[in-house]
Design a protein around this ligand. Structure first.
Ligand SMILES: Cc1cc2nc3c(=O)[nH]c(=O)nc-3n(C[C@H](O)[C@H](O)[C@H](O)COP(=O)(O)OP(=O)(O)OC[C@H]3O[C@@H](n4cnc5c(N)ncnc54)[C@H](O)[C@@H]3O)c2cc1C
Length: 445
């Protein structure tokens, strides 16, 4: 039985609320502290929740949360800019279809779940420092307030570093600069808790692509230019940039574009540029392709353009926990959106950490959690990295890719694509100290 009774969860995004709900299920009282003083309703684009993410939600009774959100995606179709089908990846046998949903919908559903299960979420509480001693951990917020609990979970992404008195004898560095002005997933990938745990923690890495997207309402569909997708998601390696889209019979759907760019910009910087200008650039970028992605871009109202900014990942974060504080979600393992696994891995980690804290004292629980998670998440981040290089291919690499991909897909062992999705969390299985070095069992396929 856990001796952890209470937890501070920093970050009310996706991982934070699910961690708090999972901790509640483990008998640990958790409160979520979110930096922004309002909710993030309506902010963000599409996310995919893979079967392993659905499995993690089911482990804490949240399977129903996404059932009514978004659409099931039964296969992913890769095409080149001429519209030629390079490969089709179907759903792995025995697993539910992944779901494509809008981040604001998932966010709202998780918020409703916390409210209905009595989990407190406090807004306007931006973490600036963490103090810990033998008896507990204190979170210090920018407004001067504090909160205290047995453990602290960092589910945050933020740029600026801050004070951390992990060792009570250590001198405290100066207070952090003011927080960034704009909210957004691309605004800041640097976790405050991460830099508090390890001031030498690596900076996020720009993957060479700027991200954009938009949701489309009903509209005209000209199948001779770009057709509907049914329950497939289409990915297009255009001549100059990468495009993904879903399009229903009534013309509603959504698209995203990854634009190769040598220099990164933040989401705030891309948003500061006239969205009509970005849309024009994107239309021009795709205009030379046979498949008319530019039609979908042309239908986008500039006010609806989602600018993610430079896409980033974090190949490895050396320190995941120290003392009574631990990282989850993007703070510990940010994968570039190309993996399609960011939110699913965050959900898995939130649930696995709660399971470890349920059964073990916090030091052992954190070590166990890391040994359950690290190898898996780093391997998936690497997979995303390989996809990024295909997206930014030059002319020669493009020709080779178009020749090789159909062959490679035919020869590929389907398991090399589906293994990330087969991960299963057995919530009821006790976590023993000695068992934590063993990966969670794979779900039978
Ligand atoms: C507003 C927003 C929109 C997003 N849109 C997309 C999208 O369209 N597509 C996509 O693939 N991914 C998007 N993401 C990222 C995606 O949600 C994550 O990659 C993934 O779900 C992992 O979730 P997470 O909870 O670890 O991180 P996040 O979802 O990024 O949540 C982190 C939370 O911590 C809060 N926070 C940060 N610093 C502090 C602090 N010092 N004190 C307290 N709270 C703090 C943030 O405000 C945020 O709510 C978005 C993230 C955000 C915050």
């Amino acid at each position: 039985m856990s001796i952890t009774r209470s937890a501070i969860v920093i970050g009310g995004g996706i991982a934070g609320p699910v961690a708090a709900l999972a901790l509640g299920q483990a008998g640990i009282e958790a409160t979520v502290y979110e930096a922004y003083d309002t909710t993030a309703d309506g902010v963000g684009g599409t996310l995919s929740i893979a079967p392993n993410g659905l499995d993690a939600l089911a482990a804490v009774g949240l399977a129903g949360v996404v059932e009514e959100l978004g659409s099931p995606i039964t296969s992913m179709v890769m095409r080149n800019g001429k519209g030629r089908r390079l490969a089709t990846l179907g759903s792995p046998a025995g697993l539910p279809a992944q779901r494509l949903l809008w981040r604001p919908d998932l966010y709202r559903a998780l918020r409703d779940a916390t409210a209905s299960r009595g989990v407190r979420v406090e807004y306007g509480r931006r973490l600036t420092a963490v103090d810990q001693d033998a008896d507990g951990v204190t979170a210090v917020f920018a407004d001067g307030t504090t909160a205290r609990a047995d453990v602290l979970l960092g589910a945050v992404r933020l740029r600026s570093p801050g004070r951390c008195k992990l060792d009570p004898a250590a001198p405290a560095p100066p207070p952090p600069p003011p927080p960034p002005p704009a909210r957004g997933g691309g605004d800041g990938i640097r976790s405050r808790v991460r830099s508090l745990l390890d001031p030498a923690a690596p900076a996020p890495r720009y993957v060479g692509l700027l991200g954009f997207g938009a949701r489309l309402g009903p509209g005209p569909v000209d199948a001779s230019r770009i057709g509907t997708t049914g329950s497939e998601m289409h990915f297009v390696f255009g001549r100059r940039a990468f495009f993904g889209y879903v399009l229903d019979e009534d013309g509603s759907g959504g698209w995203f574009a990854n634009l190769p760019r040598a220099a990164s910009t933040t989401a705030a910087e891309t948003r500061a540029t006239d969205p009509a200008g970005w849309l024009k650039l994107l239309r021009e970028t795709f205009a030379g392709d046979g498949l008319r992605m530019d039609d979908l871009i042309a239908r986008t109202d500039p006010a609806d353009l989602i600018s993610v900014g430079g896409m980033e990942d974090l190949p490895t974060v050396p320190v995941w926990h120290r003392g009574r504080a631990v990282l989850i979600g993007d703070a510990a393992h940010a994968t570039s959106p190309s993996s399609g696994q960011g939110a699913s891995l965050a959900l898995e980690s939130a649930v696995e950490l709660a399971r470890c804290l349920r059964d073990l004292p916090h030091q052992e629980a954190f070590a166990g959690y890391e040994s359950l998670r690290r190898a898996r998440v780093e391997k998936i981040i690497k997979m995303g990295e390989r996809t990024n290089s295909d997206k930014a291919a030059g002319p020669v690499a493009r020709v080779l890719r178009d020749l090789m991909m159909p062959v490679a897909m035919r020869l590929m062992n389907p398991e090399s694509f589906s293994w990330p999705m087969r991960h299963h969390i057995d919530w009821d299985a006790p976590v023993a100290g000695a068992a934590v070095s063993v990966q969670a069992p794979a779900r039978a396929g």
